[in-house]
Structures are given as structure tokens and as C-alpha cells.
Ligand binder design. Structure first.
Ligand SMILES: [Zn+2]
Length: 201
């Protein structure tokens, strides 16, 4: 499933709330993954934002084709890890998430996976926002596939967004640059479940 059609992307909101003027770390024109010309102007900024501390945001736009690239990551890199949240209601749905471009998101009980390609965006969101992105992906996938099964997935996700379903949310953070903020967050080492889904290596 694609996470690019993201409905609850809070990245710009956090960037606006930065506690200081963002600091330009890096500026370069690179090859555009969409059209292939060396015309993607990429800028990397350090933001001091509420809750997360220091966040690095890459933003790029291609002068030839208009392709937009963005990534988000925490500045204080940790070791690669598996971040697990047992979601049992509204409280966990509000947990804030830094989802770097390289990280995978899984809901193992339902078999849902968001596995990024090399140019998937990174973003800041909430657990609820991740569910919304899965719901959007289901709606897109359902345009031309089995209707009954689609309806079932859409209904489950809608109930989950309302806090009526319990499930496990997993972020496979391969580069140690992701974060989920909340009391019930459990951090483990990357295991087979995550390693099998690392398409970037
Ligand atoms: Zn381009």
C-alpha cells in the first residue's frame, strides 16, 4: 500500500511551530527520480519543534517535471529498531509519529503493510493518521477488486479510527531515525518480521 496519498500529514504544521528559525544544513541539485534530469533542488533544514526536539526535513522540487520529494527524521539518530504500540483506544490513536521515508509500518493482525520505495516521502503524523492512510489506500485499491473484502477492510479501519478496535502498530525503523511518542510505546531490536520487509537493502 502507498502512503503517499496521506490525509493527516502534520509535517508542515510542526514546521510552522518551530521554536527557532530553521537552520539550512545542506543544499544540492540532484538527479530527479521521476524524470532523470539533474534538476531536483534539495534543501535540508534542521527544525527545533515541540515534542520531538530536533527534526531534519528534506524538501525538494524538480525544475523540469515538478516532482516533489520530502523526508522527515529525528536529528538524534538511534540504533535501528522495532517500535511497537498496542492500540486499545483513543489515547494511543493520538500518539505522535515521525515516519522517515525508509521505515515500514505494519498492522500484523490485519496483514496491513506500508513498505516504502526508494523515493517514498517521510512525514509527521499520528497513529490515527496512519490508519487514515491505510483507509485511503483501501479505497483506491477497491476501485477494481473484490468488493465484499474491500468493504470489510474499510469498515474495520473506520472502526479502528474511532477507537473501537484493538490492534498492534509496528514501525520497522531501519535507520534509527523514526519515533513514536507515547506511554505505551515499546522498543525492540529489529527482528525477522521487520527484516523481511526491508525493501531498501
Ligand atoms: Zn523531474
Amino acid at each position: 500500500m502507498e502512503a503517499s496519498s496521506y490525509s493527516r500529514d502534520l509535517t508542515d504544521k510542526f514546521a510552522e511551530q518551530a521554536l527557532e528559525e530553521p537552520q539550512l544544513l545542506f543544499r544540492e541539485t540532484i538527479r530527479c527520480p521521476s524524470c532523470g534530469s539533474v534538476s531536483l533542488a534539495l534543501e535540508t533544514y534542521l527544525y527545533k519543534v515541540p515534542h520531538f526536539g530536533n527534526i531534519i526535513i528534506d524538501r525538494g522540487i524538480c525544475a523540469s517535471c515538478g516532482f516533489k520529494y520530502r523526508d522527515v527524521r529525528v536529528a538524534e539518530t538511534d540504533k535501528p529498531k522495532k517500535i511497537i504500540v498496542r492500540v486499545e483506544g483513543e489515547q494511543e490513536l493520538r500518539y505522535l509519529v515521525v515516519k522517515p521515508s525508509s521505515a515500514s509500518i505494519l498492522i500484523p493482525e490485519k496483514g496491513y503493510e506500508s513498505i516504502p520505495g526508494p523515493y517514498s516521502p517521510g512525514y509527521i503524523t499520528t497513529v490515527e493518521g496512519i490508519l487514515s492512510s491505510f483507509l485511503e489506500a483501501v479505497k483506491i485499491a477497491c476501485r477494481d477488486s473484490d468488493q465484499a473484502q474491500c468493504k470489510e477492510h474499510a469498515e474495520w479501519l473506520s472502526r479502528a479510527i474511532e477507537g473501537l478496535e484493538s490492534f498492534t502498530l509496528v514501525m520497522c525503523d531501519y535507520e534509527g531515525t523514526g519515533k513514536i511518542l507515547g506511554e505505551k510505546v515499546v522498543i525492540k531490536n529489529l527482528d525477522r518480521e521487520c527484516k523481511l520487509r526491508n525493501k531498501l537493502k
